[in-house]
Design a protein around this ligand. Structure first.
Ligand SMILES: [Fe+2]
Length: 454
C-alpha cells in the first residue's frame, strides 16, 4: 500500500527509514562521553540530553498526536522535550531551558525512546492513513509521517555541529578514521550562466515538502558568472593575509557588529597555533582530532564572513534563484531535478548522507557537476545565499509542525541550499531550503561568489 498517490513509499520502506534514523541517532549519542551528556557544547543550543529526548518526543507529537489523533506515550516527557531553541544571544537562551531544568537520567530517556519506537513502527505498519487524513489535516498526503522522519534526519546534522565543538577527550574516535586530502590540480575558473527562468519551491500536492517549499515560484534571472568551485581554506587564507577581518568596508553593519562583539578573527573550524599568527600554523577542527588545515577543502564560515570575502573579491554571494539556475538549469533551457541530472543521489555525486565526518577537496566529485560545469552544488557543505529566508507566495504553515518556518521569517535568517556531508540523502531535493542566521559560524556551510554579467 502507498501513503498517497503522490508519495509511492511502502509501509515497509517508511518503517525501515524510521529504524535507520533511530539507529543512526543512537550511534551519534553513543559517540560521546556520559560526562558531557548534560552540558551545552554550543551555548546557544540546548544541552545534549535534550536532543536524545526531543527526537522521540517530536515523533509522538507530530505523527501520533497531530497526524493520527492518537494518545501520546508520556505526557511529561513530551512536554519537556517539545521544542528546540534559536535565540539571539546566550542570555536569551536561559528562560526557555535554564540551568535549573531537571533532566531525566539517560536510562529513562532511552526507555522512553524504546516505547516511542514501538508505537511509531506499529503505526507505520498498521494505522489507517487515509482515514486519519480525512479527520486530521496533518495527515493529508501522509504529511505527518514525513515530518517525523525528516525532522530526525535534520537533527542528526545539527547534533554533529554540536559534537564538533566538544573537546576530543569527550568523544570516541572511530578506528578507521581517514581523510580525503589530495585535490586534482584545478584552475580557478568561472561558469557563465545565461539569463533564464528558475523555478523555486514545488507544486503543492506533488510530493512531501516542508511548508517553506510551497508554492512553486518562477523567477527570471539575469545572466551571471559563478565560481565553478567552492572557496577553499587555501583561498580564505589569502583573505586573512589581506587583513579581511580588520577591514570595516568589507562587512555590512550586522556582520561587523558580530565580528567586533565576538572578536571573530578566523573561521570557527580553524584553530590557530598557540600564540602564533603565522598562517602555516593553522589547524582544522576535525570531528575527532585536530589536523593541519587542508587547503583544498571548502572553507566553512558564517554568511557574514562569506559576504566579506566576496566583497573583497569585488563580487557577491548568489541569490537563491541564481543558485537554482546554476544547479538545476541547463544551457538547453531544460530543468533537472539534481545538479547532475535525473539519477537519484549516490556517493559519486557528492559528499552527503554521512559518507564522511569531514569535507573532501573542492571538485572531488566531478560526476556531481551541474550542466554548466559547476561543482559541489549539492554536497560537501551547504551553500550560503544572499536571500533572506522568506515565504513563497501561497505559503501556509503545515498542520503537523505549524511553527517549523513561520517563526524564522524575521529578516534575520538567510537561505542555504544543497547538502553537507551530514545531510541525509532523503533530504536532497531541489526545493529543500535550509536557513540560518547570517552570523552562525558552526554550520557545515561553504560558499562561492558570483557577479552579474556585463
Ligand atoms: Fe526539533
Amino acid at each position: 500500500m502507498t501513503v498517497s498517490a503522490a508519495s509511492p513509499v511502502s509501509r515497509e520502506g517508511l518503517a525501515g527509514w524510521y529504524r535507520r534514523n533511530r539507529e543512526r541517532s543512537r550511534a551519534l549519542f553513543d559517540l560521546i562521553d556520559p560526562e558531557v551528556y548534560f552540558t551545552r557544547p554550543i551555548a546557544l543550543r540546548n544541552p545534549i540530553v535534550f536532543y536524545e529526548g526531543h527526537l522521540p518526543a517530536f515523533s509522538v507529537i507530530s505523527l501520533l498526536k497531530r497526524g493520527l489523533g492518537a494518545p501520546g506515550v508520556d505526557e511529561r516527557l513530551e512536554s519537556l522535550f517539545a521544542r528546540g531553541i534559536d535565540p539571539d544571544s546566550e542570555e536569551a537562551a536561559v528562560p526557555r531551558s535554564g540551568a535549573g531544568t531537571q533532566w531525566p537520567a539517560r536510562a529513562d530517556i532511552l526507555a522512553f525512546g524504546r516505547a516511542v519506537d514501538e508505537r511509531i513502527v506499529g503505526a507505520l505498519h498498521q494505522a489507517d492513513f487515509d482515514l486519519a487524513g480525512r479527520h486530521h489535516p496533518a495527515m493529508a498526503g501522509g504529511e505527518a509521517i514525513f515530518t517525523a522522519l525528516e525532522h530526525e534526519a535534520m537533527h542528526q546534522e545539527t547534533l554533529l555541529y554540536m559534537w564538533r565543538r566538544l573537546p576530543y577527550a569527550h568523544k570516541r574516535k572511530p578506528a578507521d578514521l581517514s581523510y580525503e586530502l589530495n585535490a586534482a590540480a584545478r584552475r580557478p575558473s568561472r561558469a557563465r550562466i545565461t539569463a533564464g527562468r528558475a523555478v523555486l519551491g514545488a507544486r503543492r500536492g506533488s510530493a512531501f515538502g516542508w511548508d517553506n517549499e510551497f508554492d512553486e515560484l518562477a523567477v527570471d534571472v539575469a545572466a551571471f558568472d559563478i565560481d565553478e568551485h567552492s572557496v577553499t581554506n587555501g583561498d580564505f587564507l589569502e583573505f586573512l593575509a589581506a587583513g579581511g577581518y580588520d577591514r570595516r568596508e568589507l562587512w555590512d553593519d550586522a556582520g561587523w557588529e558580530w565580528r567586533q562583539r565576538e572578536n571573530v578573527r578566523h573561521p570557527a573550524f580553524w584553530i590557530p597555533a598557540e600564540g602564533e599568527a603565522d598562517p602555516a600554523g593553522w589547524s582544522w577542527r576535525g570531528m575527532f582530532e585536530q589536523i593541519p588545515l587542508p587547503l583544498a577543502w571548502p572553507v566553512y564560515v558564517s554568511q557574514a564572513e562569506a559576504s566579506a570575502f566576496a566583497r573583497w573579491k569585488g563580487r557577491r554571494l548568489p541569490t537563491e534563484a541564481e543558485y537554482h539556475r546554476a544547479a538545476f538549469g541547463a544551457p538547453s533551457g531544460a530543468a533537472r531535478p539534481f545538479p547532475w541530472g535525473d539519477a537519484p543521489p549516490e556517493p559519486r555525486h557528492g559528499n552527503f548522507d554521512f559518507q564522511s565526518w569531514e569535507p573532501v577537496p573542492a571538485g572531488a566529485r566531478p560526476a556531481g557537476a551541474s550542466a554548466w560545469g559547476v561543482h559541489d552544488l549539492c554536497g560537501n557543505g551547504w551553500e550560503w545565499t544572499s536571500s533572506e529566508f522568506a515565504p513563497f507566495p501561497g505559503f501556509a504553515a503545515m498542520p503537523s509542525y505549524p511553527e517549523y518556518s513561520a517563526e524564522f521569517f524575521d529578516g534575520r535568517h538567510v537561505v542555504l541550499k544543497g547538502a553537507s556531508p551530514a545531510t541525509a540523502r532523503e533530504l536532497i531535493r531541489a526545493s529543500f531550503r535550509n536557513w540560518f542566521r547570517t552570523n552562525y559560524p558552526f554550520v557545515y556551510a561553504k560558499f562561492r561568489t558570483v557577479s552579474t554579467a556585463d
